[in-house]
Design a binder for this molecule. Structure first.
Ligand SMILES: Cc1cc2nc3c(=O)[nH]c(=O)nc-3n(C[C@H](O)[C@H](O)[C@H](O)COP(=O)(O)OP(=O)(O)OC[C@H]3O[C@@H](n4cnc5c(N)ncnc54)[C@H](O)[C@@H]3O)c2cc1C
Length: 425
């Protein structure tokens, strides 16, 4: 019997250390020096770097990378259990070397880079000596890649990139940008002449690539291979977001339960009011369903491949947005007026739910993917009636008992009466 929901004791000990470490070291850093972990201020970085070293010393750095890609090879299931803790703390993913957008970019480099490209970009990215961004979406459309027009033309030993990208997260502070062109994925150092970062939006940048020249060896993977690389990148990214979302909704749930037991109204603690109890019960079930879906998906990736898990990953993508929206809203509501402020994490968490439904592909597209893939296992019913149309099935079943029916009129009459009874119900 292979189904097993337990965690091996050695890894549980690591997880216990992570939870304690994040509470003791990461949360205070986030509260007093937010952003120190990825800051370029050397004094701020000096506060975060020793924490990163502790993570490395525990063998927990960059767990997202498989062994064949140069990582520790813990697999997605262990990463999911780790991310269920890290997702609670703003800078924990950076302190553990598992933060987007670098992770996805590193996965592409590890899987498709030449040894020279890996040495030049993957190693410094892994060590967080440099940071990266990913430029795929364009202003005229994000959900449909056939609308993208950014293109690279070959000119001697160089590629010349022209186009416009939108919502390149952290593009303005990245050292290198992975630019998806109609004819390939290119690595562009941000300071290359012609990379024009527009003022808005401030965090997810609008970038124009005006005759940007990069050497020929800045093409990553095969020419015309950008879509394959993008799928590789985004598949992993989506499940990692879902893992961290489990952490977020658990945090909201903890806050909801604590508040329900702490606050009194109309003569009793609010936990004893039935609608509050319903919010807790529904949240418990939804979080558990999301968590099991995410863990099962991670297990599938470990035991087959990201490609094999595509339907599950898509289901995780829109389920996480929905559970995040529902649970964070209930928690915020039970927190009352305090929940509407920025004095607890709930308001920001609730505000991030729409983002989760858009970033890495809008929910509708993932739902269509799930439906399309699921429907491959089905066929239309051959005749007028659905396969489960009971009268037709019963006529068919009667053939099995034809002998008995013919030979025992009393039993046949009993059967007819019993059937009429079920039809009435
Ligand atoms: C926080 C955040 C970070 C991001 N970071 C990056 C990044 O680093 N790099 C990058 O390249 N991009 C990034 N994106 C962009 C993201 O990939 C796109 O927003 C996403 O693909 C949707 O594209 P769009 O915004 O153009 O929306 P559109 O494609 O215009 O979609 C808008 C709406 O139209 C409807 N719709 C669209 N297509 C369909 C369909 N097929 N079926 C049914 N309805 C549909 C949906 O209601 C959808 O919400 C980020 C987005 C967010 C929110």
């Amino acid at each position: 019997m292979a189904w097993d929901f337990s965690t091996e004791p050695e890894f549980q000990a690591q997880l216990d250390w992570v939870a304690e470490f994040c509470d003791r070291e990461v949360e205070p850093l986030d509260l007093v020096f937010p952003g120190a972990a990825w800051s370029r201020n050397p004094k701020a970085r000096a506060l975060a770097d020793p924490l990163k070293q502790q993570v490395k010393d525990r063998g927990l750095w960059a767990l997202f990378l498989d062994k064949d890609l140069g990582g520790p090879g813990f697999g997605q299931l262990k990463l999911a259990l780790l991310n269920e803790i890290l997702g609670r703390y703003r800078s924990a993913p950076v302190i553990f070397g598992t933060a987007a957008p670098d992770t996805g970019n590193m996965e592409m480099l590890a899987a498709y880079g030449t040894s020279e490209q890996k040495e030049r970009w993957l190693t410094p990215l892994l060590n967080q000596e440099i940071f990266s961004a990913y430029s795929m979406t364009e202003p005229q459309g994000g959900s449909d890649p056939s609308l993208f027009t950014t293109h690279a033309s070959r000119d001697g030993d160089e590629w010349v990139i022209n186009g416009e990208k939108w919502f390149t997260s952290a593009g303005a502070r990245a050292d290198i940008i992975f630019v998806m062109c109609t004819n390939g994925m290119f690595v562009v150092p941000r300071e290359t002449p012609g990379v024009e970062i527009m003022g808005y939006p401030p965090l997810h940048n609008h970038i124009r690539y005006n005759n940007v020249r990069v050497p020929a060896d800045h093409l990553l993977g095969p020419e015309d291979g950008a879509k394959v690389l993008a799928q590789r990148r985004l598949g992993g990214g989506r499940i990692h977001h879902a893992m961290r979302t489990v952490a977020q909704v658990k945090l909201a749930f903890d806050m909801m339960c604590e508040r329900a037991l702490s606050r009194e109204s109309h003569g009793k603690v609010i936990a004893e009011h039935q609608m509050v109890a319903e919010a807790i019960a529904d949240s418990y079930a939804e979080i558990t369903m999301l968590r099991l879906l995410v863990l099962w998906t991670a297990w599938t990736i470990d035991n087959s491949s990201t490609r094999q898990a595509r339907t599950q990953i898509a289901a995780c993508k829109y389920t996480m947005a929905k559970v995040l929206r529902e649970v964070s809203y209930r928690a915020l509501h039970i927190m009352g007026s305090l929940g509407t402020t920025n004095l607890t994490p709930l308001h920001a968490m609730y505000a991030s739910a729409p983002t989760m439904a858009i970033a890495d592909g809008v929910d509708e597209v993932h739902k269509v993917t799930v439906a399309r893939n699921v429907l491959k296992g089905y066929e239309p019913h051959p005749g007028l009636w659905p396969t489960e149309y009971i009268p037709a099935k019963r006529d068919e079943a009667r053939k099995k008992f034809a002998g008995i029916i013919a030979s025992d009129p009393e039993l046949a009459a009993w059967a007819d009466a019993a059937v009429r009874h079920t039809e009435r119900g």
